[in-house]
Ligand binder design. Structure first.
Ligand code: UDP
Length: 454
């Protein structure tokens, strides 16, 4: 059986953002472990490191992005350009590959945001599966964008923020996906386009699991007449390998020995992912709130996190000395390892989907501070549906920060949140075992791919 599959080569293409590259490479590892040969097609911008994956072939699809474009454009505008400029190079690659390959190529697996792959694959009659790297609940909201606009919920109006969104409990208008940019229409259009092109695919693979998002997945199955494969959490399906090998930045592992010296469940791990940014004022309020909370903390200050600041220079003099070693700062952390460390008691997160899922898998309660896109939906589910976290609701201000940290770490509700988090961790693990939901969906995915190939 394994021998038979090695004859089949799968082509996978990620969107070139950290939160998309990691799950796609994990999926590739999972499918490789099932016996498929793998080729990763990637843009030149943010290209993955092939040396971390000697078992895969890598092929660059020139994206035509200039340095000034990648330095100044936001993720939506960059994705739009990639969707235009990669069409021709991908066609050329497929033309050559499909006429010369000795192996069968049963399908192409594309990140959902790369909607241009639909017309290219159609031209070559190549079945196209889509990987959606976000959650299913937020996707359902994305899929309803035209309806939400028709009903007046979108674009989000400041005066309606506290209003409940009918048909989407427990979401309020303030939880709807929003993208701060000069061109909000570009985000709306990209979302509508990729949803349409997901619908037209041969199936959607999700880095989620049935027990976590059953109601969204059930609804999606009703609305979309294609197979839906929730086979996550991907990183827990892998026997070896971790997010760090898919990292575009090098993780600073020195924080692990600092964690070793901290008390059990005492540390607040703070990270806002690979894209979000904060102002210098927000940075200072977070810093003072963490300091006043008296909890030890590990904080990822990625280059670009603080607008107009390089690193910690905005901190008042004496701040670090006064912490007395209670705070540890890194530019990039080995996040999965950090979250699984027994000293970590809470994760202050922006609720990117990967971070949310990684926290769930380790049973770590969350302090939710969503910034944009699907993060607000994820944060609402973490705090109000799964009840494994608390949202930082009001203004980002040091007193509020301190109170929220106390709520999650030691307050009356902290015990219940911790118990919920541990229950969910067990579900995240059970779904991967023999007979578990993700295990079964992965079997169907593999057999569906093979049925196309034969
Ligand atoms: N990450 C990491 N080290 C860090 C911060 C983040 O390895 O210091 C990883 C994290 O484990 C996750 C990814 O970067 O897999 C971030 O993806 P997510 O969807 O949470 O957020 P995004 O970066 O897309 O906003």
């Amino acid at each position: 059986m394994e021998e038979q599959k090695k004859e089949h080569r799968l082509l996978l293409m990620p969107s070139p953002l950290q939160g998309h590259i990691t799950p796609l490479l994990h999926l590739a590892q999972i499918l490789f472990s099932k016996g498929f040969s793998i080729t990763i097609l990637h843009t030149l911008y943010n290209s993955p490191d092939p040396t971390s994956y000697p078992q895969f072939s890598f092929h660059a699809i020139p994206d035509g992005l200039s340095e000034s474009e990648t330095a100044t454009l936001d993720a939506v505008n960059l994705t739009d350009l990639i969707n235009i400029r990669c069409v021709h190079p991908l066609k050329e690659y497929l033309l050559s590959l499909l006429s010369n390959s000795l192996q069968s190529v049963p399908c192409f697996i594309s990140d959902a945001a790369l909607h241009f792959t639909r017309s290219v694959c159609d031209e070559f009659k190549l079945p196209r599966l889509v990987l959606r790297t976000g959650g299913a609940s937020s996707f359902l909201v994305f899929a309803s964008f035209p309806l939400l606009r028709e009903k007046g919920y979108l674009p989000v109006q400041e005066s309606r923020l506290e209003e409940s969104v009918v048909d989407f409990p427990p979401l309020k208008v303030k939880d709807l996906p929003k993208y701060q940019s000069n061109d909000p229409e570009a985000f709306y259009n990209l979302v509508c386009r990729f949803v349409e092109d997901c619908k037209a695919s041969s199936g959607i693979i999700w880095n989620t699991f049935e027990e976590l998002e059953s109601s969204a997945l059930t609804k999606l199955r009703q609305d979309f007449s294609i197979p839906i494969y929730p086979i996550g959490p991907f990183h827990k399906l892998l026997l070896t390998g971790s997010a760090s090998s898919a990292s575009l930045l090098t993780p600073d592992k020195s924080c692990m020995s600092w964690l070793d010296r901290q008390e059990h469940k005492s540390v607040v791990y703070v990270s806002f992912g690979s894209i979000a940014s904060i102002s210098e004022d927000e940075f200072l309020e977070i810093a003072w709130g963490l300091s006043d909370s008296q909890q030890p903390f590990l904080w990822v200050i990625r280059p670009g996190l603080i607008r107009d600041s390089e690193w910690l220079e905005a901190l008042p003099s004496g701040f670090l000395e006064n912490l007395g070693g209670r705070g540890y700062f890194v530019k990039w952390a080995p996040q999965e390892q950090v979250l699984s460390h027994p000293a970590v008691g809470a994760f202050w997160t922006h609720n990117g989907w990967n971070s949310t899922l990684e926290s769930i898998c380790e049973g770590v309660p969350m302090i939710c501070m969503p910034c944009f896109a699907d993060q607000k939906v994820n944060a609402k589910f973490a705090s109000s549906v799964w009840k494994v976290g608390v949202q930082l609701e009001n203004k980002l201000e040091r007193g509020e920060v301190e109170r929220t940290i106390q709520k999650v770490m030691v307050g009356d509700g902290a015990k219940e949140i911790r118990e919920n988090a541990l229950n969910l961790k067990e579900k995240a693990s059970a779904c991967l075992r023999e007979g578990g939901s993700s295990h079964c969906f992965l079997d169907s995915l593999v057999s569906d791919i093979l049925s196309v190939a034969s």
